[in-house]
Design a protein. Sequence first.
Length: 245
Amino acid sequence: MEHRTSLEVIAPTVHEAIEKGLVELGLEDTQVDVEVLDEGGTGFLGLGGRQARVRLIVKEGLAKPAAAAAAPRRSRPSAEPSAPLTDAEAENLLAITRATVLTLLEHMSVRADVSVSLGEPDEPDMAAPVLVDIEGGDLAFLIGRHAETLGALQLIARLIVGKEVGRAAHIIIDVSGYRQRRDENLRKLANKMAKQAVATGRRQTLEPMSPSERRIIHLELRESVEVTTESTGEEPRRKVVIIPK
C-alpha cells in the first residue's frame, strides 16, 4: 500500500485550518482528503474559543508536498516570505493591514489605537514583517490563555491581508507590549537552557510552544557554536529541544 503524506493543522476555524494546510502543502482542495479532528469552540470570528484541528491527507498518486509546493499557485498567496517590497507596495500593505485590524476590532466592539510599521527581515532578500501594535485600556482578553486569542487574531489578519495583496502577509500583532515581553523572556530562556545543556552535556526539552515562539528559540541559538536546536512532537504540544554539540 502506498504511504499517504498527511499534515495536521490547527486554526481558529475548520475552514481556516484547511486553507492554512493547503497553502503549506502547495496543493488544491481537490488533491487532499480532509479529516476533521476537532471542530473547535464557538467564538466570534473564531476568537476566544477552542481552536479547530484538521488532518489533510494527500491523495494517492500525487507528488509529495515538497515537490508540489514548487508548482505555481494562482488562487492562494505563497506561504513563504516574499522578496523585499517596493516603497509603494510597502505603503499599500501597511494601509491594508491597519484597516483590516481596525475592522476586526470594530466587529469585536473593541476601541483601541492601532499603529503599523515594518520590522527587520529575517534575511536581506526577504520582505520585512508588518508589526502591528494595539494599545488601549484593559485588552488582556485579546491575548487570551497562552496567547491563543492573539494568535487567532493574527492568523485571521494574515489570511485577509494576504488575499487582498495577493501574496503571503507576514504580520506580527502585539497587544499592550505582551509579545515583546514574551519574546524577550523566550530569548532569556533559550540562553539559560543552552548554558544548562552545555554544563550537563544533556539535551534540554522546553515546554510546548506555538510555531512563532519555537521560531524565536531557534533564531536565538542558530549562531551558537555550543548547541543546536530541533523541534519534536506533534501540534499543539510540539517542543524545542536544545542539544549540546
